[in-house]
Design a protein. Structure first.
Length: 373
């Protein structure tokens, strides 16, 4: 939203500068130009060429006004427009009286420069500088080749060139500075956004690490402390079973941050990997399609499988069946009697059956019921 506001502000600044420059050019061309021509009309041979040059400059200015109203720029017409301006300047000098270059009779000397700047305002400064140089050379060649260049005429030309080049060039420089400031502001904003994103990512990573430590501190940390102080013995089967369960929980915890298409199956495979390392043969069968359960729900669905697999002696089978209405995760293994883990999520239900050394355990979740609740 802020980027759009900034872009609108920059567009308004550029448009405002174009309008101001166009008004200055129109005041000079349509105001001072005809006044000077009418005052010295008898001096031109023939006067029609001056009116033709005036019409050419006026057409370019009217074209700029039309483009402004439509919110467009010169684009591909920029080159032909500059050619028209330079052609009008050359045409005016053809019928200019001798010794009148850069005088009030030479009305186009201080008019064509502004028209060219209007066309080149949104271009780099070198484009406008080259145009102004070409405009100056047109007048200078007329002075040197078609007139008798006296010292006074050359001094008058040099003095007039200061304003003919200087004022329009100042406008071009201001436009370039505005474009540079806009680009710098955009670059700064992007850098600020990048830093903010990096800080947010770092803060989120720190929060997740703290959350993981808090989740492990309830069961894993006490077990590690017991192994460290000797109160728990590694050769004890109960301790080994607890270690296997905590290892599976840690692998599941780390797998929760992975970006995968099916997080539930992804986390189940990490739980199965712990049983594989113990030599337990585990089969995994998945059928159907289901919505992605929240993290807390996935933990409840995988907790039963995790506990059974960590306790299984030699074989186990994990089955996942899902739809939009029900997700079921069940496991059968030769693990003997185990405690049924109580789900932390109200929408998850866990059932278990024991038959000698074989245990069947199932966790079910109904997505539709959670959405309606």
């Amino acid at each position: 939203m802020s980027d759009a506001v900034e872009e609108v502000t920059r567009a308004q600044l550029r448009r405002g500068l174009r309008i101001a420059t166009l008004l200055v050019a129109m005041a000079i061309v349509f105001g001072l130009g005809p006044a000077n021509m009418l005052r010295h009309l008898d001096a031109y041979e023939p006067p029609l060429t001056q009116w033709a040059a005036f019409a050419a400059l006026g057409a370019v200015l009217l074209g700029e006004a039309a483009l402004l109203l439509r919110g467009r720029s010169w684009s591909r017409l920029r080159g032909p427009a500059i050619a028209v301006v330079l052609g009008a300047s050359a045409l005016s000098y053809v019928t200019l009286p001798d010794g009148r270059t850069s005088t009030t009779v030479d009305w186009i000397f201080g008019a064509a420069n502004w028209v060219g700047v209007v066309v080149l305002l949104d271009r780099p400064p070198r484009s406008a500088a080259l145009f102004l140089l070409a405009h100056e050379l047109t007048a200078l060649l007329n002075l040197l080749l078609l007139e008798d260049p006296t010292r006074g005429a050359l001094a008058r030309f040099a003095t007039g060139s200061v304003t003919v080049i200087g004022f329009p060039l100042c406008v071009v420089v201001v436009a370039a500075i505005l474009r540079g400031l806009s680009a710098a502001a955009m670059a700064s904003r992007r850098e600020i956004e990048r830093v903010r994103v990096s800080e947010a990512v770092a803060a989120e990573s720190h929060r997740r690490r703290q959350q993981r430590f808090a989740e492990l501190s309830a069961t894993t940390v006490p077990m590690l402390e017991g192994l460290a102080d000797g109160s728990l013995r590694p050769e004890d089967p109960v301790v080994q079973r607890r270690c296997a369960i905590e290892a599976a929980r840690m692998r599941r915890l780390f797998a929760e941050t992975d970006t995968v298409a099916n997080p539930l199956l992804h986390e189940l495979r990490h739980c199965i990997d712990v049983a594989d390392r113990k030599g337990v043969v585990v089969e995994l069968d998945a059928r159907g399609q289901w919505p992605v359960p929240p993290v807390v729900v996935r933990r409840d669905l995988t907790e039963a499988v995790l506990v059974v697999l960590a306790t299984a002696a030699s074989r186990a089978r994990v089955t996942v069946v899902g739809s939009a209405e029900l997700v079921s995760v069940s496991v059968v293994a030769d693990c003997g009697d185990i405690d049924v883990p109580a789900p932390a999520t109200p929408g998850v239900r866990v059932e278990a059956l024991n038959n000698d050394d074989t245990v069947w355990m199932e966790a079910q979740w109904q997505p539709s019921r959670q959405r309606t609740s």
